[in-house]
Design a protein around this ligand. Structure first.
Ligand code: SAH
Ligand code: SF4
Ligand code: F3S
Length: 484
């Protein structure tokens, strides 16, 4: 009923979505636009003149959360200057963590909607239109939002995200995610396979499986999966882990590449490591955050593993997939971190050799255990450590990129580049590559000789259109189609 009201009211309206934070938010924003499109909302590129503005927020660090309030201030001026009514919705992790405060602090906010409630947006918009005051929905629904949020297939490119898992039960002492995204839940294997098959049939060549702890994903096998077939190795309790899911997805015709992010070291089981070693469609790139290299700090962070555990895990992964490129996340200046502890972090990076990594200054998040820990580290010291770590990571990244110069790599072309005749694609190691190539290669994997390293990408030249003697893209029927 209320959806009908929203539909009638919204015909010919525009929505502007601004996304902060992680890939999960990027994915959720796309889903919200898909959900609103049938209601008559067309996405636009600026808040100016939009009927609906959605700020999809991030709460991970103080700066990220503060950004919302400064943007709301700016939006107030845009709204005052506009001659149309503008509805403002705050979504995402700030909405979940401090929804009531957002509503109280910013009177221009009409809707506060948490990450588990997006499928109820049409109803919330209808309620806001009836001027019911601030409409707040931060319930964790029992019913799955995964399948309630449809995809707009026309909007998919060559590479698409598929959410397979949400939430976190790990409770690292510094982190808000378990509070903003709730407990770990997995989407069913059946639904993921069906969605990926639809995407591949529509031209998607690469999927990135998303989850806050993606490798904690677990589900019953799809009903049609027969034990023992295709080398699936269900676990002792009969469930599938992420490795099995990837094996099933690898059998989907037309799909060329599979990635997943973000993994937790504790959930990296043998099934997934074996799949990384055996499944060529699984790309040799792994984002495996470790946060710190000192066992004392890892313990205080409640990571549940030591530096040696992490290194031995990396050893096992590399034994299975020797060319794997590793990435990680680091936090410097966690409470109580001494210069010796920080040296251990540098030593760990030396031992691993990262192809890329992200590093952050510890940010005190209200409500997390670390926020009230003694021996908070001074801001200047955090700056110094961050600079040293980032310099180290840059050296490793440069060395990794340099090692690829002169090599031929299979590149999946995704879109046109800024220069005429140039395309942008990705190496198996997730680096962007610019190369002059015909537009017909968009959506194809082609061999590219890497010629130069630029600050954010690689540059290369087309080295032939086929990979190992087979057509750049498998034609329908070439690959064994899976019915699982
Ligand atoms: N589930 C993922 C992603 C968590 S958020 C994981 O476990 O890796 C992404 C990164 O933000 C984390 O890996 C961590 O490095 C960083 N982060 C989280 N909380 C933080 C905080 N309070 N201060 C600084 N960085 C933080
Ligand atoms: Fe946050 Fe730790 Fe969970 Fe990652 S594993 S989301 S860092 S609590
Ligand atoms: Fe930020 Fe929430 Fe993602 S806090 S990093 S948007 S899970």
């Amino acid at each position: 009923m209320s959806e009908d009201i929203a539909k009638k009211d919204a015909a010919g309206r525009t929505v502007f979505v601004k996304t902060y934070g992680c890939q999960m938010n990027v994915y959720d924003s796309e889903r919200m636009v898909s959900l609103l499109r049938p209601l008559g909302y067309r996405p636009v590129e600026a808040a100016d003149g939009a009927d609906l503005v959605i700020l999809n927020t991030c709460h991970i660090r103080e700066k990220a959360a503060e950004k919302l309030y400064s943007d709301l201030g700016r939006l107030r001026r845009t709204k005052d200057a506009s001659d149309r009514a503008m509805t403002v919705a705050v979504a995402g992790c700030v909405a979940q963590a401090e929804g009531a405060e957002v509503a109280a602090r910013a009177d221009i906010v009409d809707i506060v909607v948490g990450p588990q409630a997006y499928h109820r947006l049409p109803e919330l918009i209808a309620r806001a239109a009836r001027r019911e005051g601030v409409v707040l929905d931060t319930d964790f629904s029992v019913d799955e939002k995964f399948d309630a949020l449809a995809r707009d297939r026309a909007a998919e490119g060559v590479s698409a995200y598929v959410t397979v898992q949400e939430g976190c039960d790990k409770f690292c002492a510094f982190c808000v995610v378990p509070y903003t995204r709730g407990a770990e839940i997995s989407r069913s294997a059946e639904a993921i396979i069906a969605e990926t098959r639809r995407l591949a049939a529509g031209g998607v060549r690469e999927v990135t499986l998303l989850g806050q702890n993606v490798n904690a994903w677990a589900s019953a096998p799809p009903p049609s999966a027969r034990p023992g077939i295709w080398g699936f190795r269900p676990r002792a309790d009969g469930t599938w882990g992420l490795g099995e899911l990837c094996r099933a997805l690898a059998r989907i015709d037309g799909l060329e590449r599979i990635r997943f992010t973000t993994s937790h070291p504790r959930d990296m089981d043998d099934g997934l490591i074996d799949a990384l070693g055996e499944e060529t469609k699984l790309m040799p790139y792994l984002h495996l955050p470790v946060q710190a290299g000192s066992d004392r700090i890892l313990k205080a962070m409640n990571r549940g593993h030591t530096a040696a555990d992490y290194l031995s895990l990396i050893g096992r992964i590399r034994a299975a997939r020797p060319d794997i490129a590793l990435s990680g996340d680091f936090i410097v200046g966690f409470p109580g971190e001494t210069s010796e502890d920080f040296e251990d972090t540098l030593a760990l990076t030396r031992a691993v050799g990262y192809a890329s990594a992200f590093s952050f200054k510890y940010s005190r998040r209200p409500g997390t255990p670390a926020a009230v820990m003694p021996k908070q580290v001074a801001e200047e010291e955090k700056d110094r450590r961050l600079e040293a770590l980032q310099a180290r990571i840059k050296t490793q990244r440069d060395a990794f990129c340099d090692s690829l110069v002169g090599k031929d790599l299979p590149v999946l072309f995704e879109r046109a580049g800024r220069k005429d005749g140039q395309l942008i694609g990705k190496t198996p190691y997730l680096q962007s590559v610019h190369a002059y190539a015909p537009a017909s290669l968009i959506g194809e994997v082609a061999r590219v000789r890497i010629e130069a390293v630029t600050p954010n990408a690689l540059a290369g030249e087309l080295a032939g259109e086929s990979i190992e003697g087979r057509p750049a893209r498998l034609k329908v029927g070439d690959a064994e189609e899976t019915r699982v």
